[in-house]
Design a protein. Structure first.
Lengths: 261, 265
């Protein structure tokens, strides 16, 4: 049995889940079973969140930290896309490159981005370079993999058509592989943005100036657990916004291409 | 020029001694500007013949050549019209037709005049800015034919080009192709399993048999067409009514059926 659930119902059910979760959490805090430091209540986190919106903590307000974080994220993410998408397409077209790069890539992508922290700091410093490298390490693999899959699964008849028209490789990649891979690349970018944003806190453990991760580390050092949680909420909200923005882009492109029927 | 030659051509898929023998001892010469159709049951290897001329497959025995040069790879001197059109969905009609000309480094002004001419010839002018998915199957195949013809290829390869179209559209396209082929003759290799289509369109019809694929018989249709003046009839159904047409068609049917009976025996 799979009854159709309407849009309103789905929203209401989502809120129900959230309300239960917050209610349980608030109940736990108010019961006195756990200390405030151990588990700050949702109300407390909310108040802290609102306070941080315009009061400085660890050198900046929450929006200030978010802006610093987002800038790093944007650099790392764009770098990952700028290198990963062409690499994936080339690997999908040139068998030789695929054979050379794939084993190395497949091994490296299982190394968690956070594991790169010591080397990121060592090689690129704790300023802007180190954190970008960690975000890059998180965001890079999905860019490569999805561009590669997109290029590999192009309709072989279109490749034949391009070949019989005498299309040179460079043009096949730009005008056949790339446009045909757009849906796959966009979903890769969505995964990539998610992983990059997730790697952010790890990246900012080594940053000494600003950023949500930095703010949380400072909160931890000052035993301000509600500040840490406010940071978690901010990361979650921005991640959600990022994902819906990319989802919107995905739908827009599908629609423009007229291929969504 | 555009002379296609199959010399003792064989094709085996898989290992040489134990693989599947798709084609054996194919000998066929298609003269310059001649329209040859290959008919045969599915799986007889007729499409493989075309794909070898296109350069998509290599012969495992013998040589396939155009104007004496053995074929190594695909190229715009041998334009292909596919059964499933194979238009680029993200390119407009105009850009689909333009790609081959750009690859040949034709100058901008010459490209646009050649594209306009072919759009006009194929009644596509008003659809230049449309995307393939906005067009019917018949219109899409017109675009694919235009994309091939605009290159002015020596050889035109058509792989069951009307196989995916409904019967009415098919007839219109067949008439158009005849119009186009008479006006601007090319060497054409046309693959089909529709006997009437082959007789209506081709100068010669090669009948293929299955397992292994061989050419059983080559019929000269052009001499009968000219003797009986088929081209004086504008409509395909009028040609199909002619005694000479019916006679040829029946002959081919019988030839294909004998083949089937022989296999079942």
């Amino acid at each position: 049995m799979n009854r159709q659930i309407s849009f309103t119902q789905s929203i209401l059910l989502g809120f129900l889940g959230l309300a239960c979760f917050l209610g349980f959490w608030q109940g736990m805090s108010m019961s006195g079973l756990v200390s405030e430091i151990f588990l700050p209540s949702p109300v407390e986190v909310y108040e802290r969140f609102m306070t941080l919106l315009d009061r400085r903590f660890a050198g900046a307000t929450l929006p200030g930290h978010l802006a610093a974080s987002f800038q790093r994220f944007a650099y790392g993410f764009l770098l990952a896309a700028a290198i990963g998408i062409p690499l994936g397409l080339l690997m999908g077209w040139y068998q030789l490159l695929d054979e050379i790069v794939s084993p190395l890539f497949d091994a490296l992508r299982f190394v968690a981005p956070i594991a790169w922290v010591p080397f990121a700091a060592l090689w690129f410093g704790t300023g802007i370079g180190g954190p970008i490298m960690i975000i890059f390490a998180g965001a890079f693999p999905p860019c490569v993999i999805n561009a590669y899959r997109g290029a590999k699964f192009v309709d072989p008849r279109l490749i034949e058509a391009a070949n019989m028209l005498g299309t040179p490789s460079r043009r096949v990649i730009m005008e056949v592989l790339l446009p045909s891979s757009v849906p796959s690349i966009i979903s890769g970018l969505r995964v990539s943005a998610g992983l990059g944003w997730q790697s952010l806190v790890g990246a900012e453990l080594i940053v000494a100036s600003a950023g949500v991760g930095y703010m949380m580390v400072q909160g931890q050092a000052n035993i301000q657990t509600h500040t840490v949680m406010a940071g978690m909420v901010a990361i979650g909200l921005v991640g959600l916004a990022l994902d819906s923005a990319l989802r919107g882009l995905e739908r827009y492109i599908q629609k423009r291409r007229g291929l969504d029927h | 020029m555009g002379v296609i030659q199959f010399k003792n051509v064989g094709k085996t898929f898989g290992p040489r001694d134990s693989g599947f023998v798709a084609l054996k001892d194919i000998d066929l010469e298609i003269r310059d500007k001649e329209f040859v159709a290959i008919v045969g049951p599915s799986g007889c290897g007729k499409t493989t013949c075309l794909r070898m001329v296109a350069g998509f497959e290599n012969a495992t025995d013998g040589v396939v050549s155009v104007d004496g040069t053995p074929i190594k790879r695909p190229g715009p001197d041998r334009a292909v019209v596919f059964q499933q059109f194979a238009l680029f969905p993200w390119k407009t009609v105009y850009d689909n037709i333009d790609l081959g000309l750009r690859n040949l480094n034709v100058s901008g002004s010459e490209r646009s005049s050649r594209i306009e001419a072919i759009l006009n010839l194929m009644n596509l002018t008003q659809y230049a800015k449309h995307f393939p998915h906005q067009l019917s199957g018949g219109m899409q195949q017109r675009v694919a034919i235009a994309r091939a013809y605009v290159l002015d290829p020596d050889v035109l390869l058509m792989d069951e080009p009307f196989g995916a179209l409904d019967a009415q559209t098919r007839v219109v396209m067949q008439e158009e192709l005849v119009r186009l082929a008479r006006k601007n003759p090319r060497t054409v290799l046309f693959i089909t399993h529709a006997v009437e289509e082959a007789v209506y369109l081709a100068d010669r019809v090669a009948i293929m048999t299955r397992a292994p694929g061989r050419i059983k018989e080559v019929l000269d249709v052009a001499s009968i067409r000219n003797a009986e003046d088929w081209d004086s009839h504008e409509k395909i159904e009028d040609v199909m009514d002619l005694e000479s047409f019916v006679h040829l068609r029946t002959h081919i049917w019988r030839s294909l059926r004998e083949e089937k009976a022989a296999q079942h025996a």
